[in-house]
Every structure is written in C-alpha cells, then in structure tokens.
Design a protein around this ligand. Structure first.
Ligand SMILES: Nc1ncnc2c1ncn2[C@@H]1O[C@H](COP(=O)(O)OP(=O)(O)OP(=O)(O)O)[C@@H](O)[C@H]1O
Length: 285
C-alpha cells in the first residue's frame, strides 16, 4: 500500500516532518494567550503547541472561541496578553508587511468557503498567485494542478454561483493549497454540508495530510469528521481513504477541546476517548 502514515498503538506521538519545516521546532506555539471583546474574555490564558506534521483538531461548543483562536494564529487578531509563535516568529509583534509574507506559508480554508462571487474558479484559486505577480502561464499550470488535487478541473471556468456547496468547499481548499503552504488552517471545512458531502471533504483533508504531511489546525463541529481524521488514512492506489486496520489511530492527529474560551483538553485521540472528565464525556456522547 502506498501510504506513509502508519498506524500505531495509540501511545506514540511521533509525526512525519512537514516538508519545509524544521522537524525539531514547533510550527505553532500559543503561550498564555487571552483576548477580550467588549469586556468579555473570549480566549483565556491558552497555551498549546503544534509540532511539524501534526493535524490538530479543534473541538468545542458554538461560540467557545475556536475561530478566534484560528484568527489569532494567522495574525488577523492580536491578543491582549500572551505570545503566539508561528514558524518561530512572534505574530503578535509583526508588522502587516511581515505578516503578509508569513501568510504566504499559510493556507486558509475559511468557514463557508469565502469565494469571490464575481471571479471564476480559476481566478479564485489563482488569487494569491496573482497578488504575488506569478506569470499567467505558470499560474494557470498551478491552478490546474491544484484543481486536479481536489478533483475539480472541469469547473475551472465556472463561477461560484454555478457550484454546489461541496464544490465551493473544494475550490476553497484548492485556493489554500496553491502556494504549497507549510501550515493549513481549516475553519469548519465541512460546516453547512450534508453528511455525504462532508465525508468527501474530510477525504480531501486526509489525502492532503497523507500526501504532503502538512501541519494543520482544523476546526470541526462534527465529531464524526474528527474521528474519521484520526482513524483513516489515504490509499494512493485506490484514491480513497480507508480505515486503519486493528482500530489503529493516526499518530499525528491530536485534539484541542475548548469550552468558554479555555482549554479543557489537549492530547492524543486515545487520551480523549478515555478521558474521565465529566464535561468531556458529555460533550463526546
Ligand atoms: N471581532 C469580534 N468582535 C467581538 N466579538 C467577537 C469577535 N469575533 C468573535 N467574537 C465573539 O467571540 C466569541 C467566540 O467566537 P468564535 O467565532 O471564535 O466562536 P466559535 O467557537 O468559532 O463558534 P462556532 O462554532 O459557532 O463557529 C463569540 O461570542 C463571538 O460573538
């Protein structure tokens, strides 16, 4: 089988290194991060680390601060206290110019796809390349390659309004992958999709993870998607994901669970499912 993700006994945290990252250094580090909106703390004293090649799944009830946390990681929001390092650089202290450069290494899949309705699929996917003044021929080649990855080459000339929700989400993923990022931030990539379409999107995330070993943060409201990510690997021969044998767990998948702006869990899949915490047990049931 042409796979490089290995099942383990649910105890090791070893991960495959991300292609362009130093495997020794964490990709994302939050230390004592808090942010207050209108006198209300939305993120409170959060600390966690994401290592190269890790897929960090972020769970928690609606409004607990998941999207805010992701915007903090991308430098779109600044915390009131604490430090946030991405690729070793403190994003809380960076100028907009430096943040712009840093973001060329970060792919972002926004909630609800966030495509530009007036642009074609090709223009949407090429957006970042156009900003970086990549020559047209080269940009076109890369758009085709990126759309092929999400199995949507045929939609290249269409407009977002002509696409289904699942197709728009695929375009959004193709747009995030076009710069071959070292970190991908997925904000609810299956939000608002039906279960079958959601599974096709999760399969894409699994494919991206297992083909490129890119570090990622992924918010999901669907526990089923989270556990699929933790227990399935991509088979490049069949072109589909499949469940790991013997109840195996993908070792590079870890969880962060938030509630009311605080971390209530930070650990492996096995630790999560075996947690005795009453709140977590209720949340997972
Ligand atoms: N820019 C902002 N200004 C003021 N309040 C904000 C801002 N962004 C988010 N909030 C508030 O912060 C809280 C957390 O929002 P966030 O979007 O992070 O939640 P979430 O966990 O992602 O929710 P959901 O699962 O519903 O997407 C919410 O109460 C929200 O109203």
């Amino acid at each position: 089988m042409a796979n490089s993700v290995t099942a383990n006994s649910m105890t090791s945290d070893k991960t495959e290194p991300a292609s362009a990252a130093n495997s020794e250094e964490p990709v994302v580090v939050f230390e004592g991060v808090s942010i207050i909106f209108d006198v209300k703390p939305v993120i409170e004293d959060i600390s966690f680390t994401v290592m190269p090649g890790e897929t960090r799944i972020i769970l928690g009830p609606a409004g607990c601060g998941k999207s805010v946390l992701m915007k903090l990681a991308n430098g779109l929001l600044k915390p009131d206290t604490g430090t946030i390092k991405v690729f070793g650089q403190d994003v809380t202290k960076m100028s907009e110019n430096d943040l712009y450069k840093l973001r060329s290494r970060i792919g972002m899949v926004f909630q609800e796809s966030a495509l530009f309705d007036s642009l074609s699929v090709e223009e949407n996917v090429a957006y970042r390349l156009n900003e970086e003044k990549v020559p047209e021929d080269e940009a076109h080649k890369r758009v085709v390659e990126s759309l092929r990855f999400v199995e949507l080459e045929k939609a290249i000339s269409k407009f977002p309004s002509e696409l289904s929700g699942g197709m728009r989400r695929r375009v959004s993923i193709a747009r995030a992958l076009i710069t071959k990022p070292d970190l991908i931030l997925y904000d609810s990539p299956t939000g608002g999709l039906d279960p079958i379409t959601s599974t096709t999107i999760v399969e894409l995330v699994v494919k991206q993870r297992d083909v490129s070993h890119t570090t990622s943060l992924l918010i999901t409201h669907r526990l089923q998607d989270a556990f699929t990510l933790a227990t399935y690997q991509f088979n490049t021969e069949t072109g589909h994901m499949e469940k790991l044998p013997n109840n195996g767990i993908v070792p590079s998948t870890r969880f962060l669970v938030l509630n009311e702006g605080r971390i209530v869990f930070d650990g492996s899949t096995e630790e999560l499912v075996h947690s005795d915490d009453p709140w977590l047990k209720e949340y997972l049931s």
